[in-house]
Design a protein. Structure first.
Length: 171
C-alpha cells in the first residue's frame, strides 16, 4: 500500500472534462495499493476501498464506490493482462488501484499494462439477463458520475481506467 496517486493523476487529462482543473498538488487525500494478478484481488481491492473511505469519513459512499472498484479491477484482470503475464515475479505488480479525494470529488483509478481501450457493450447487448459478463462498464457508467480511460505516458506503460464520484459539499 502506498499514498502516491499523483503519478497516475498527472496522466489523467480526461478528468478535467466538465470540472474545474485538477491540480495534482491539491489532492487532499490519496491512497493506492498493488493488486496480485489473481481474481482474489477483487476482494482485497474492496477491503482497501472500505478502509480508505472509512478513514476519509466517506463510508456512506462505500456501496457505489466498491461496486465500481470491483468492476474496474475485474476488467483489468480479465481483459488487460496477457495470458503470459507472470503471476508472481517480484516485479512491480501490473495492476494497481488508486483512490484520490478532493473536497468535492473522489476518483477511483485502476492502472493496468494494456494499451487497449475498454469496450463497453451496447445496451441492446445487455438484454440477455443470463449473460455472466459484459455488464461491468455499464455498471460503472450507472453508478459513477463519469468514467473514462487514458493511456499512460513516460516510463509507465499501459493505461488507467478511472471513475469519478461527486461528493456533497460540507455545509
Amino acid at each position: 500500500m502506498g499514498t502516491n496517486g499523483s503519478t497516475v493523476l498527472e496522466s489523467l487529462e480526461p478528468l478535467r472534462q466538465g470540472l474545474p482543473p485538477i491540480d495534482p498538488a491539491a489532492v487532499s487525500s490519496s491512497a493506492s495499493c498493488a493488486l496480485p494478478t489473481r481474481y482474489e484481488a477483487v476482494r482485497g481491492a474492496r477491503q482497501f476501498t472500505k478502509s480508505t473511505l472509512a478513514s476519509w469519513e466517506l463510508s456512506d459512499r462505500f456501496d457505489d464506490v466498491a461496486l465500481v472498484v470491483s468492476e474496474l479491477v475485474t476488467n483489468a484482470l480479465r481483459h488487460a493482462l496477457p495470458a503470459d503475464t507472470p503471476r508472481e515475479d517480484g516485479n512491480e505488480p501490473p495492476v494497481r488501484l488508486h483512490l484520490m479525494r478532493w473536497t468535492s470529488r473522489l476518483v477511483c483509478a485502476v492502472r493496468d499494462p494494456s494499451h487497449a481501450s475498454p469496450e463497453p457493450r451496447e445496451p441492446q447487448d445487455l438484454e440477455n439477463c443470463a449473460a455472466e459478463s459484459g455488464r461491468g462498464l455499464f455498471l460503472v457508467e450507472s453508478f459513477a458520475d463519469s468514467w473514462g480511460w487514458h493511456p499512460l505516458a513516460g516510463t509507465l506503460r499501459g493505461k488507467v481506467v478511472w471513475a469519478l464520484f461527486r461528493l456533497q459539499a460540507e455545509g
